[in-house]
Design a protein around this ligand. Structure first.
Ligand code: NAP
Length: 340
């Protein structure tokens, strides 16, 4: 397994990570699209056996159950897992009441949530603690000071963020620098052949400041696996059957054209569309790790094929050209003269 640095930090992540968002019976946003405990356990074991040693979860996945299951399954092998989790959203999602101090990026919420995650995960430390989304209602210094304290206390080893705007990310790096506080070493963001918006601001910012990138929803929630067909409703039981808004956003003419190209490239390499979509991301030097979602063993095996695949320059160009969105202003203005 290839390992890559998390930004400029010394932390090394497996090039593919395992996403634990489908682990545990969910009542909230993952209801009906999760794996049962037995299948999730098989996916976890098979991923570790294949050398995927970075695992990404969050306080709110299956309302805390994902962390609890990982805690049980890591017993006796905690040290061989690079464990990433997150705080920011209410653990119970919309499924139960939570006090306003139990979510968001205040000192109170961050410290409380970290303690709760450590308990559920049955561990003394989190390798990578990520804030799940920016929170403008809290001063940046308060958020960073709380994370810095956790790091100094040895409860978290590295910190990162997820779902930040370019300006807020830059402000956070400035504030950390100015006050000598722990800084985000990387960002977790949505990136795929059907979701390239982060290439406007956040990815160039990550490149400019040497941040690592962890990629989420690399298959566009399963669209790029090739199991969805133009003109047909999504297959029953799939994520995009359940998530109507995501389906409406994804099933666009351009994305169907992208899927056609993806399938043509997959045929050339005698492999699957999912493995090509993941290899397109792995080919990017700024990517520290691509977080793979797999609801069952077959999907995991399919996705692991990406590690064996090297795309040619022609493959990458065809995929990149067909999936390029209209960047808008000022990117188109700058882009006619030089890369931005
Ligand atoms: N930071 C954030 O805000 C954020 C947000 C989302 C996710 N994440 C992280 O990123 C991870 C991955 O995200 P994701 O689950 O959305 O990734 P994804 O790869 O885009 O979608 C995964 C889903 O696609 C389907 N699928 C995956 N591989 C397949 C294959 N080979 N063939 C057919 N179907 C396949 C499965 O859904 P069905 O079988 O149900 O169709 C699976 O649950 C999560 O586990 C989580 O750790 C983070």
């Amino acid at each position: 397994m290839e390992h890559r640095h998390y930004g400029r930090s010394g932390l090394k992540l497996s090039a593919l990570s395992l996403g634990a968002m489908t682990f545990g019976e969910a009542k909230g946003f993952m209801k009906g699209v999760h794996s049962d405990d037995g299948e999730a356990r098989r996916v976890f074991d098979a991923a570790l056996d294949a050398g995927v040693d970075t695992v990404d979860t969050a306080n709110g996945y299956a309302e805390g159950r994902s962390e609890e299951l990982l805690g049980q399954w890591m017993k006796g092998r905690r040290h061989s897992v690079t464990l990433a989790t997150k705080c920011r959203f209410p653990t119970l999602g919309g499924t139960g009441p939570m006090h306003p101090n139990e979510y968001g990026l205040s000192r109170q919420s961050i410290v409380w949530n970290c303690e709760q995650s450590l308990k559920r995960l049955q561990t003394e430390y989190i390798d990578l603690y990520q804030v799940h989304m920016q929170d403008r209602s809290v001063p940046i210094e308060e958020t960073l000071r709380a994370l810095d304290d956790l790091q100094r206390a040895g409860k978290v080893r590295y910190i990162g963020c997820s779902n930040y705007t370019g300006y807020r990310l830059t402000e956070s790096l400035w504030a950390a620098d100015k006050r000598g506080l722990a800084k985000y070493e990387g960002i977790q963001l949505q990136w795929s052949l059907v979701a390239r918006d982060a290439e406007r601001e956040v990815i160039p910012a990550a490149r400019a400041f040497g941040l690592g990138i962890l990629v989420w929803s690399p298959l566009g929630r399963g669209f790029l696996s090739g199991k969805y067909r133009k003109g047909q409703p999504p297959p029953p039981g799939t994520r995009l059957e359940s998530w109507k808004d995501s389906w409406a956003m994804t099933a666009t003419d351009q994305n169907w054209r992208t899927l056609d190209t993806l399938e043509a490239v997959a045929r050339r390499h005698d492999t699957t569309p999912a493995s090509v979509a993941l290899a397109w991301l792995l080919a990017k030097p700024e990517v520290s790790s691509v977080i793979v979602g797999a609801r069952n063993i077959q999907q995991l095996q399919d996705n692991l094929r990406a590690l064996q695949l090297t795309l040619t320059e022609t493959d990458v160009k065809e995929l990149t050209d067909v999936s390029t969105p209209n960047w808008g202003y000022p990117y188109n203005f700058i882009g006619t003269r030089e890369p931005w």
